[in-house]
Design a protein around this ligand. Structure first.
Ligand code: BG6
Length: 521
């Protein structure tokens, strides 16, 4: 940190003694049962996109909904040389762009924002950060509690965790401070070995209970609702198995392309970007057994059991289980969009998949023989995220003389986006003298009869992290089991002789490569 910035920071601390942020509003929030304890959230990488687009808007919204602790401070840290007032201005502009700026509330909220520049490679810079944190803590009474949110490129995770540790910033308790947590965004490595390596580096200074690995899908209300729906109702669980279910489709389709993330996406592709995390979490929530208690570790134990049952793909018959695609030019909502290879920053010969569909089997009593089709892709016709439970047909049709053997089977859809809903399709008789069946759908819309505040995914994960609740975060064993499943597939796809054969082009605005139909046979 340069000297003027440092002084500016200290001046802010001194001033703050007289202008302490008054975030004290009565705690009647139904967001949580308890108010989180006072703390400082340190955003490492505060000059980046994630901070202004997601983290600060989420914290501001939590403040508007009375979900923040009191006192509460935000310390932005990054390489960019900014003063605290400049940082506040930047964040104010960011809130304007997401349209949630409330000027009078901003005045109060912004007084809890500070900035401190750091050099990621310089241990003394982290020592200065530690000193500054001590000052802020002393002035504001945040009880030494702190959260380090790594909003930095994954290549900096290891070294930053090390620097924090060496500056003594990961230590908890013993009067110096109470709790310390570190939040890590995906990707957690790019294969099994690198995931283990990252984890070992984090564990050199932080213990598992201090590490929060984010997956924003877990914080979506409708994703959380999967467990409520399955385990707070007695009627679904008895039929939630191979006896009644023909197959399950989990889809996360997007109409957006790679946007401004070429550098990251070229390295990741759809399998690392969506499957290693979001798709695996939805699979686990759909397929797991009921835990004995709704508690973070018991829920995560059950998820891990699902990951252990995933049948490895036969790498000599990859195409029988996996379809990979890459978008070509096309039209979405009447607008022409370019091919992936023509997007800015993308290699014109890129072999990165932007679409994947995989057929997964779980080798256990409940699911033996039931295919789970997981599909995700960019530049598809529309954005839709849903789980479809396709039940089997009736075992015998008494209407066969009139209607033939086949009667459309029941289907249950758990809609996550855009329709947050649950729909059950079943057969009824058409009114009239003739025997005619029709499929009808019973819909429940998630926000029906609810008028309270709705938290977006980032608000929810930040709140849970402040409360120390790991329910919506990955545990390392789950991360490693999913990588154990995916790494051989990635290896085969990325090293096999004719990579281009595996990668099928599809027109933007369609539902992906035609070969997906063969996979579902
Ligand atoms: C992110 C991926 O994790 O999830 C993106 O990196 C993807 O590529 C996004 O677009 C989808 O999230 P959501 O909440 O819009 O479905």
């Amino acid at each position: 940190m340069n000297k003027s910035n440092e002084r500016d920071g200290m001046d802010q601390v001194t001033k703050a003694a007289t202008t302490a942020p008054d975030l004290a509003v009565p705690f009647e929030s139904c967001l949580t049962e308890e108010r989180p304890e006072p703390c400082i959230i340190v955003i490492v990488g505060a000059s980046g996109d994630l901070t202004s687009r997601k983290i600060v808007p989420a914290l501001f919204n939590l403040y508007l909904n009375n979900g923040l602790p009191n006192p509460f401070l935000i310390l932005g840290c990054a390489r960019t040389n900014l003063s605290t007032p400049e940082f506040r201005d930047r964040m104010k502009n960011a809130l304007k762009t997401v349209d949630i700026l409330d000027d009078s509330k901003w005045q109060v909220f912004s007084s809890s924002l500070y900035y401190h520049s750091i050099d990621y490679e310089e241990p003394s810079s982290f020592n200065a950060m530690a000193e500054y944190l001590r000052e802020l803590n002393k002035k504001h009474g945040t009880k030494g509690n702190r959260i380090f949110y790594l909003a930095i490129p994954p290549s900096l995770y290891k070294s930053t965790a090390q620097m924090l540790g060496k500056a003594g910033l990961s230590q908890e308790g013993e009067g110096v401070n109470d709790w310390v947590r570190i939040v890590v965004e995906k990707p957690f490595g790019r294969d099994l070995d690198s995931a283990i390596d990252l984890d070992q580096s984090l564990h050199e200074h932080f213990r598992e209970h201090q590490i929060f690995r984010i997956d924003h899908y877990l914080a979506k209300e409708t994703v959380q609702n999967i467990l409520m729906f399955r385990f707070a109702n007695a009627i679904f669980e008895p039929i939630w198995n191979r006896r009644y279910i023909d197959h399950v489709s989990i889809t996360a389709a997007e109409s957006l392309g790679v946007e401004h993330r070429a550098g990251y996406y070229e390295q990741a592709g759809v399998l690392r970007d969506m499957f290693q995390n979001h798709m695996m979490q939805i699979l686990a929530l759909t397929a797991m057994d009921p835990p004995s208690l709704f508690e973070a570790d018991r829920v995560r134990d059950e998820k891990v059991k699902v990951y252990r049952t995933m049948r490895p793909f036969p790498t000599d018959d990859l195409q029988g289980y996996l379809v990979l695609g890459q978008y070509s030019a096309g039209s979405i909502d009447g607008k022409q969009v370019p091919a992936y290879r023509d997007e800015p920053g993308i290699n014109p010969d890129s072999l990165t998949p932007t679409f994947a569909m995989m057929k997964v089997f779980l080798d256990n009593w409940r699911w033996q023989g039931v295919p789970f089709y997981l599909t995700s892709g960019k530049r598809l016709a529309k954005k839709i995220t849903e789980i479809v439970i396709q039940f089997k047909e009736v075992p015998h049709s008494m209407f066969r003389a009139i209607l033939g053997e086949h009667i459309t089977a029941n289907r249950l859809i758990l809609g996550i986006y855009p329709d947050e809903k649950i729909s059950l399709t079943f057969q009824t008789k058409n009114p009239g003298a003739r025997v005619c069946l029709r499929s009808v759908t019973m819909d429940f819309h998630y926000h029906q009869n609810y008028t309270g505040p709705i938290l977006d995914a980032y608000e929810k994960v930040l709140l849970d992290c402040m409360l120390g609740d790991h329910m919506l975060f990955w545990r390392q064993d789950g991360v490693e089991l999913c990588w154990s499943f995916l790494t051989p597939i990635l290896k085969e796809c990325e090293t096999c002789g004719d990579r281009s054969k595996l990668l099928l082009p599809y027109n933007s605005g369609t539902s992906g490569p035609d070969a997906t139909k063969n996979l579902m046979k």
